[in-house]
Design a protein around this ligand. Sequence first.
Ligand code: URA
Length: 435
Amino acid sequence: MHPEEIIRHKRDGHQLSRRQIEYFINGLVSGEVADYQGSAWAMAVYFQGMTPQETADLALAMAHSGEVMDLSAIAGIKVDKHSTGGVGDKTTPVVVALCAAAGVPVAKLSGRGLGFTGGTIDKFESIPGFRTEMNQKDFFAQVNRIKAAVIAQSGNLVPADKILYGLRDVTATVDSIPLIASSVMSKKIASGADGIVLDIKVGRGAFMKTVEEAVKLAHTMVAIGTQAGRRVAAILSDMEKPLGYAVGNRLEIQEAVDLLRGQGPQDLEQLCLALSGRMILLGGAVSSLKDADSLARHLLDEGHGYTKLAEMVEAQGGRVKNLERIADIDPASLQVEVKSPRAGYITGLKTDEIGRAVMALGAGREQSGQKIDHSVGLILHKKTGDLVETGDVLVTIHANDPQKLEMAKEQVLLAMEWGESMPLMAPIILEVVDG
Ligand code: URA
């Protein structure tokens, strides 16, 4: 087999066999297939697409390109969730806590943020002392003991995706459904969970800009998971505006804590309950979705989710006397309110621009490995659909650098779209695709 033949075959619109896909993916990892051949192949896939069988073969070949986690030492049906990436997405601390409180084990490997979407590990690392590196024995022991652990992806998990994603990122081939689906699902399959709930974001702050595209992606991912013997469900959620009001690592943990203490924003609460309900169902704690949803609600309302999060923070070394007021720890030195220069309805938010403003404050990375500032970010006081008077506070920006603060102010004001009447509002949950 030759890489060039495989590229030509796909370029000309033919279906690749499992053997060809495995050869190409393994060759990318071993170096037998060159980077430029990987890029050309990704472009061929971008234009020609892939059949469901090719997509599943690609996901499995990538999943097996490195280590595959064996979670059998953890008792029970292990569940995981994955978000395709958004702005202000702090669902993981909440849903992990609610599932664990329901007795469903979550052994979660998460990533750091890159670009304008935040990373779960960065959020957890904003809790002083919280350890995101742990050996496998301790990781399994913690999940067996308290049903929850969230650590950073490490080692040799899906090396093929690291290479291929790196090439796609610089060759305009990220936004291809078979490539996104196989990239995400290869990592989920290699992470070893039995049940996976996908949170597919839709809108200006996401890869998928329309519900139609996102439904296609959801069906593709659910089909891959099912072929790999996993239970999978996908929830499509709105990313036309940030989720909740807080954007920035420690500020987001504060909002997640507020939600678990009964004081969270409605959109975040609805999405977290929907995700947790499906995870609890896949984890087999109850036998119907109705029971799973009411269990999630009960655990939230009774504070059991909060107790579980506090237990997990302590187990992972978090040195927090007062988790309820986590944002008061080492706050940003500048906290400035941005007032509205006009009256009217906010008819839209350029979510990606808000994400970029927060990244530029220092909360995110432009390049991997960059150090970040856990304290900076912003709190939105108004979002799409709100009626605003001139002088109302729109946003509070938390910054440590006056110049970056000024830039963020400008960017946030530019991210707001205005009109004279209330816009049509999408619900937070747009669609559900069950396996
Ligand atoms: N997230 C991933 O992990 N992979 C993609 O291709 C896109 C989003």
